[in-house]
Design a protein around this ligand. Sequence first.
Ligand code: AMP
Ligand code: MG
Length: 465
Amino acid sequence: MTVRIPFDNSYATLPGVFYTRLDPTPVAQADMLAWNADLAAELGIEGSDPTVFAGTTVPDGAAPLAQLYAGHQFGNYNPQLGDGRAILLGEVIDRHGQRRDIQLKGSGPTPYSRMGDGRAWLGPVLREYVVSEAMHALGIPTTRALAAVATGEPVYREQGALPGAVLTRVASSHLRVGTFQIFAHRGEIDALRTLTDYAIARHHPEADGPMGLLKAVCAAQAELVSAWMSVGFIHGVMNTDNCTLSGETIDYGPCAFMDAYHEGRVFSSIDQMGRYAFGNQPRIAVWNMAQLATALIQLFDDKEQAVADATAIVHAMPGQLQAAWLRRFGAKIGLEGTTPGDQTLIEDLLALMQTDGADFTNTFAALHTDAARDQFTDRASFDTWARRWRARTPDTDLMQRSNPQIIPRNHRIEAMIEAAVAGDMAPFQRLMTALGTPYGVAPDFDDLRRPPSQSEIVPATFCGT
Ligand code: AMP
Ligand code: MG
């Protein structure tokens, strides 16, 4: 079996300070568990030999490397992270002319592995596969999943020995805020300048210098986080190393979609303080952009002016987030153009949902029908709200286009993983099919739309990935 990948590598031509050239580590027995044929076609990839996507065989034209980066984890600066269990095979120009990274995740140790084993187990690999592809189907910028391959090797985690797997991830790049932070903190200004020029050329060619780049990334992140909010997504680890320059969602660890709405909702078992709680995400996005700003300021001789410019850009971001939020939630309640009063209208609905523990997805999905009030126990309050809302003559089509009927619910993901560990990939296939058309899902998938029963609720997601 052969695989042809039309590589066109650029990161590997940058100076060596940015990465370590290194092949992935071969695995015992590569078995293809999931293959994204549509994405492969988009990338011009021919063949699906599992040994290539497990890291055992390095395909022709690849320039495998582990990328170096740092980052703030839960607010604390870690001076060196990097791809501890990932290898960038290289890049292709896809059929739309876009440059895309092809990366193996779980592909063995690298010089940046620290205490880790460089591996991933099947659960988080399939979780990222399902959730990232669901995100894409929802129309939200994200890395994609090309393949999931079993390695035939055990991986040891808190739970014990687990089946190992490798995910092939596709991204418009893996440049993170942390990629800039490491060179800024080390005072390696030439490297920082090279990286900045590279990021501008690759992602924001219209940007005028580092401040133009900052502005473009702030805009992309404001759109991204507002999009997450509109579907009840909680990323869970919004560290600066998990925050892309492209504005794509990356690093699906202990992420989750909310069932019952609560703005303080946290899933990640390691997020004890709720730093990355649902309602905090816009604030954290601004905080992350302030870290990017701090790094980029190092490029300027006139620091005072640079600080003033960067501050103005970062301070504009809450307004951008607010406008994007209002546009998206306005659409969710059927309002195309919003008036200042609509902000309160939306907030009042969310407050009712929070008090009642109403299901986020199903409440909005039902809003254009009479069934919406069934999501509430306090129907009188909902009816009062609905009278105010109907006076704004909401657009039913817009609501249907803006409210997904199905999201990857946590209890379904956990059940899918459990089945996959037992060798049954049918629940994975079924979830993937249902999540592929989130705005118009077939009636046979009604069970996947149901919120968890008391006993099905998954209270926390684990980082032991
Ligand atoms: P994450 O929280 O998954 O974004 O990862 C944070 C850092 O830990 C990154 O540098 C990862 O490459 C590294 N890392 C996570 N898991 C492992 C592992 N099993 N082996 C080596 N490095 C890891
Ligand atoms: Mg990460």
